[in-house]
Design a protein around this ligand. Structure first.
Ligand code: NAI
Length: 261
C-alpha cells in the first residue's frame, strides 16, 4: 500500500485572477480567496465597482488584493491585465473565468444577432483568450495551475428565450473538457461550475416573491443560493490537493438539474 500522503489544502500565497469581480459570485470569490491568503487580481468591466470590492476586502484586513477595470471582450486588454498581474504578484496560479450577463430574446427579434455576438464574445471567446494569455504562467505554477470556468445550468439544458446565453454556456462546458485534455500534460486542471439560481446582480430584477415560487417548485433545497456557496466550491477546485480532478462539470444548483418533477 502507498504511504499516506498529506496534500496541501491551502491557496495561501497563490495568485488568483478573477473576472466579473465587482458583483455577485466574482466578488464573493475575490473576498474568499483573499481571506484564504491568496493574492487576488479582481477585474471587472465596472472599474469603480471592482475598486470598491477591493476596498471592502482591504477594510476586512486582507491587503493582498488589486483591482483593475477590464472588459473581457477586449483582447489586448486581457493580455495587459495578465501582464499587470504577473508584474504585481510575480506569477499567476489560478484563473477564474466568471464575467457574464443575461439578455433574453426570441430568435425572431432583430436584437438576437447582437445579443448572440456579445454573449459568445464575453461568455465563451474571452474564456479561451484569457486561458491562452495566462498559459505560460499557469504552466510555471509550482503546484499546478488551476482554471475554473463559471458556466450555468443553462449549459446543461435550456430555458426559453435564452438562446445566446445557452449556446455560450454549453460552449464553456466544451471548452472546459478540451482544455482539461490539452493542458493535463502541463499539470494544469480545468474544471467548470454550473451555478443554478443564485442571488446576484443577474437575478436582481426577479422579485423575492418570484424567486421563492420558482425555488420551491424547481430546487430540491427550495431556495436560491448565495454567491459564497459557489465561491466555496470554486476554492475547493483550486486547492493544490484537488490535483486529480479535471474536466469536471459541477452543478452548484441546490439539486435543480437532477429534479424531474
Ligand atoms: P453579476 O451581475 O452579479 O456579476 C457579473 C459581473 O460581470 C458584473 O460585475 C459585470 O460588470 C461583469 N461583466 C459583465 N460583462 C463584462 C465584461 N464584458 N467584461 C468584464 N466584466 C463583465 O452576476 P453573477 O450571477 O455573479 O454572474 C457571474 C457568472 O455566473 C456569470 O458568468 C453568469 O452567467 C453566471 N451564472 C449566474 C447565475 C445566477 O443565478 N446568478 C446562474 C448561473 C450562472
Amino acid at each position: 500500500m502507498l504511504p499516506y500522503q498529506p496534500l496541501n489544502r491551502s491557496v495561501a500565497g497563490k495568485t488568483l485572477f478573477v473576472t466579473g469581480a465587482a458583483s455577485g459570485m466574482g466578488r464573493a470569490t475575490a473576498h474568499l480567496f483573499a481571506r484564504e491568503g491568496a493574492n487576488v487580481m479582481a477585474t471587472d468591466l465596472n472599474g469603480e465597482g471592482v475598486e470598491a470590492v477591493a476596498a471592502e476586502i482591504r477594510e476586512a484586513g486582507f491587503e493582498t488584493v488589486r483591482a483593475m477595470a477590464l472588459d473581457v471582450s477586449d483582447q489586448d486588454a486581457l493580455k495587459t491585465a495578465v501582464a499587470a498581474t504577473v508584474e504585481a504578484f510575480g506569477g499567476l496560479d489560478i484563473l477564474i473565468n466568471n464575467a457574464g450577463f443575461a439578455r433574453q430574446a426570441h430568435p425572431s427579434e432583430d436584437a438576437y444577432e447582437d445579443i448572440w455576438r456579445a454573449s459568445i464574445d464575453v461568455m465563451l471567446s474571452a474564456h479561451q483568450r484569457l486561458i491562452r494569455a495566462a498559459l505560460p504562467h499557469l504552466m510555471a505554477s509550482s503546484e499546478g495551475g488551476r482554471i475554473v470556468n463559471i458556466a450555468s445550468t443553462e449549459g446543461l439544458g435550456a430555458t426559453p428565450l435564452n438562446g445566446p446565453y445557452v449556446a455560450a454556456k454549453h460552449g464553456v462546458i466544451g471548452l472546459t473538457r478540451a482544455m482539461a485534455v490539452d493542458l493535463g500534460r502541463d499539470g494544469i486542471t480545468c474544471n467548470c461550475i454550473c451555478p443554478g439560481p443564485i442571488i446576484t446582480g443577474i437575478t436582481d430584477a426577479i422579485s423575492d416573491e418570484h424567486k421563492t415560487i420558482y425555488a420551491k417548485r424547481r430546487v430540491p433545497l427550495r431556495r436560491y443560493g448565495i454567491p459564497e456557496e459557489v465561491a466555496n466550491i470554486t476554492l475547493s477546485l483550486c486547492l493544490p490537493a484537488a490535483s486529480y480532478l479535471t474536466g469536471a462539470i459541477i452543478p452548484v444548483d441546490g439539486g435543480m438539474s437532477i429534479k424531474n418533477a
